[in-house]
Design a protein. Structure first.
Length: 543
C-alpha cells in the first residue's frame, strides 16, 4: 500500500509541476499543435517516470558523503542498556482510523467517476442506435433525432442535419472531421482516465479543461484554413450556444469556453523564436527522473542494511511478544560479557572512518524463548555503513538467557543502542572515560537503578502516567523512546525524546519522567558517575 501511495504522490507532483510550467510560459502562445503534444507528453511521462530509474543519476547526489565533524580517528564501540515500560489503558471508545477513511474516500470517488464514465459511453452508444446513418458531402455521419450540439467520438460524427443550413453543415463537418482525423478522442479519453484515478487533484481538472479547449482550437483552425470566413464561423458558433451537449467525453462542436475560442481565432500568431520556451521541458523532466533515481537509490541502501524479515503472522497468546517482563533477557555473562563481545566483534567500517562518521545506532530485536535473536532492525540509524555493521554484529551473538514472565519463558522485544565513537590517536583509547571526571557514560559496570528496582519502576509508571484523552479518542498508540541523564547524586536532567509518536504522548512521557524520585546512580570502578539512560515507554490501547 505504501508503494502505491508513493507512486500516486510522484505522479501528482509531476502533473502539478508540468501544469505550472504551462501556466507560466506556454499558455499565451498560439502553438496549439505543439501544446497538444506537450499535454500528452506531460501526462504519459508523469505516469511512467516513477516506474524507472537511472542508476548513474541515482548516485549523482551522494547523500552519504557529507562528513560529520569529529575530533577522533580511533575505533571505539559502545552500547547502552535500557528498561521497558508499558502503559495499558482500556480502549473506551472506538478509535477513528483516518487512514482507512481517506483510503475509502479516494476509492469511492474513483468508483463514482468510473461508473459515470461508463454511463457516458453507454449514452453515446444509445444515441448512435437511435440515429440514422447518412452520407453528408461524401462523409458518413449519424443524423441526430434530438436537437443537441453536433459532436464526434473517434470516427463517429453526429449532426442534427435538419436544424442547419448547407453552409453551416459544411463548417460543422470540417470541424468534426478534424477531430476524427487527428484522433482527438484519444486525448479526451486519456484525461478522463486521469480524472478517474486522481479526481481529488484540482490540477487534473484544470488540465482536462485546457486539453479540451486546445482540441477545439485545433479544429477551429482547420476550418478557417479551408477558407471559411472567421466572422461567419464565429456567428455560427454563437447560434449554438444554448444547444444541449451530448456527454462530456466527446468532442463537441460548441463548448462552454466559446469566448476563449473566439479570442484565439483573432490572436496574432506567436513568433517562432518563442518555440524555445518548450525546451524548458527537458531539464524539468531530467530533474524529476533524477529525484526519483536518488529516492530509489536511498531506499535501496536502506533495504540492504536490513536483514530479510519473515512475514508477519498473527501472534497467539502463547507466542505474544513482551516489551517488559519480570525477568529481563540477559546476555550470557551479563553486562560485562556483552561489553566484551561488542569490543571483540564490532568492526568499524573503513569508509566510515575516512569520512569521520560516528554516532548512535539504536537497534531492536526479539529475544526468543530459546534465547535466539530474531527480527533485528534499526530504530534510529546514523549511516548505512554503521547501521549494517550494528545489524551484522548483533546477528552473530550467542543465545541469550530468555526473559521470563510469571516464571515462564516468553518472547521479549529488546532495544540496544550501539554507539560508534571515534577517538583521537593521541588520546587514551579506553572504552570508558576516566570516572574521576564529569564525563558522561553510556555503559557502566553497574547500571543506575530506580529506588526499589524494576518492579518499583513499573509501579511508578502505572501510577503516574496519564494517557491523553485526545490520543485515546484518535486511537494513537505506540512506543516513545526517551533519553535522560542520571547524575552522580541520582537526580535526572536533560530529558528528551529519541523517537516519538505523537506530541501529546511524547509530552506526557517527559512529564512523567520529570516527576521521578532520585535514582541509585550508576557505578564505574566503585565510584558514582553520570550515565545517559534510555527508557522506552510503550502506550498500548487494549480492546
Amino acid at each position: 500500500m505504501e508503494t502505491i501511495l508513493i507512486y500516486i504522490a510522484k505522479v501528482n507532483i509531476a502533473l502539478a509541476v508540468f501544469y505550472l510550467l504551462y501556466l507560466l510560459l506556454l499558455r499565451k502562445d498560439t502553438f496549439i499543435r505543439l501544446r497538444r503534444y506537450y499535454f500528452l507528453s506531460a501526462i504519459i511521462f508523469s505516469l511512467a517516470y516513477p516506474l524507472f530509474t537511472v542508476a548513474s543519476l541515482g548516485s549523482f547526489i551522494d547523500l552519504s558523503s557529507t562528513p560529520i565533524k569529529t575530533e577522533t580517528s580511533v575505533i571505539i564501540g559502545e552500547l547502552s542498556m535500557e528498561g521497558m515500560i508499558v502503559s495499558d489503558v482500556e480502549d473506551t471508545a472506538v478509535p477513528i482510523s483516518w487512514t482507512v477513511i481517506i483510503k475509502w474516500t479516494l476509492l469511492s470517488g474513483s468508483l463514482f467517476f468510473a461508473i459515470r464514465f461508463l454511463w457516458q459511453l453507454s449514452s453515446i452508444i444509445l444515441i448512435k442506435s437511435r440515429s440514422e446513418k447518412k452520407s453528408l458531402f461524401g462523409q458518413p455521419i449519424y443524423d441526430l433525432r434530438d436537437e443537441i450540439t453536433p459532436f464526434s467520438f473517434f470516427n463517429w460524427i453526429f449532426i442534427h442535419t435538419k436544424k442547419h443550413s448547407e453552409e453551416e453543415l459544411k463548417q460543422i463537418l470540417l470541424h468534426e472531421q478534424t477531430h476524427v482525423q487527428q484522433w482527438h478522442s484519444l486525448d479526451v479519453m486519456l484525461v478522463e482516465m486521469l480524472r478517474i484515478l486522481f479526481w481529488w487533484n484540482p490540477i487534473v481538472w484544470l488540465m482536462k479543461r485546457d486539453v479540451a479547449i486546445n482540441l477545439e482550437y485545433l479544429a477551429d483552425n482547420a476550418v478557417l484554413q479551408r477558407g471559411v470566413e472567421t466572422s461567419d464561423y464565429q456567428y455560427h458558433l454563437l447560434q449554438l450556444t444554448y444547444h444541449d451537449t451530448a456527454v462530456q467525453i466527446v468532442n463537441n462542436f460548441n463548448v462552454p469556453q466559446l469566448k476563449q475560442r473566439i479570442i484565439m481565432m483573432n490572436t496574432n500568431k506567436s513568433p517562432l523564436r518563442k518555440l524555445a520556451k518548450y525546451l524548458s521541458v527537458l531539464p524539468l523532466a531530467l530533474l524529476l527522473i533524477t529525484a526519483n533515481s536518488v529516492y530509489a537509490q536511498t531506499n535501496k541502501m536502506q533495504k540492504e542494511i536490513m536483514p530479510p524479515q519473515e512475514p508477519q503472522k498473527k501472534e497467539s497468546k502463547n507466542n505474544e511478544i513482551f516489551v517488559v517482563v519480570e525477568e529481563q533477557p540477559e546476555f550470557p555473562g551479563g553486562t560485562s560479557a556483552l561489553m566484551k563481545f561488542i569490543g571483540d566483534n564490532i568492526k568499524y567500517p573503513v569508509e566510515a572512518q575516512k569520512k569521520d562518521i560516528d554516532g548512535r545506532v539504536i537497534t531492536n530485536f526479539i529475544v526468543e524463548k530459546d534465547g535466539s535473536l530474531s527480527n533485528i532492525s534499526i530504530v534510529e540509524g546514523v549511516h548505512p555503513l554503521l547501521d549494517a555493521e550494528a545489524v551484522r554484529m548483533i546477528s552473530t551473538m550467542p543465545k541469550w538467557k530468555a526473559g521470563k514472565q510469571r516464571g515462564v519463558k516468553v518472547r521479549v522485544k529488546y532495544t540496544l543502542p550501539v554507539v560508534f565513537r571515534l577517538v583521537s590517536k593521541d588520546k587514551d583509547s579506553t572504552v570508558v572515560p576516566d570516572e574521576s571526571s564529569d564525563d558522561l557514560f553510556v555503559v557502566v559496570e553497574k547500571q543506575p537503578e530506580f529506588p526499589g528496582g524494576m518492579q518499583a519502576l513499573m509501579e511508578f509508571i502505572g501510577d503516574s502516567i496519564r494517557y491523553p484523552k485526545e490520543s485515546i479518542e484518535n486511537g494513537i498508540q505506540g512506543r516513545v523512546i526517551t533519553n535522560f541523564i542520571i547524575h552522580k547524586d541520582g537526580s535526572i536532567s536533560d530529558i528528551n525524546i529519541t523517537e516519538g509518536i505523537d506530541p501529546l504522548l511524547d509530552a506526557e512521557a517527559i512529564r512523567m519522567i520529570s516527576t521521578m524520585p532520585k535514582w541509585k546512580p550508576g557505578m564505574q570502578r566503585g565510584k558514582a558517575v553520570n550515565v545517559r539512560y534510555t527508557l522506552p515507554v510503550v502506550y498500548r490501547l487494549q480492546k
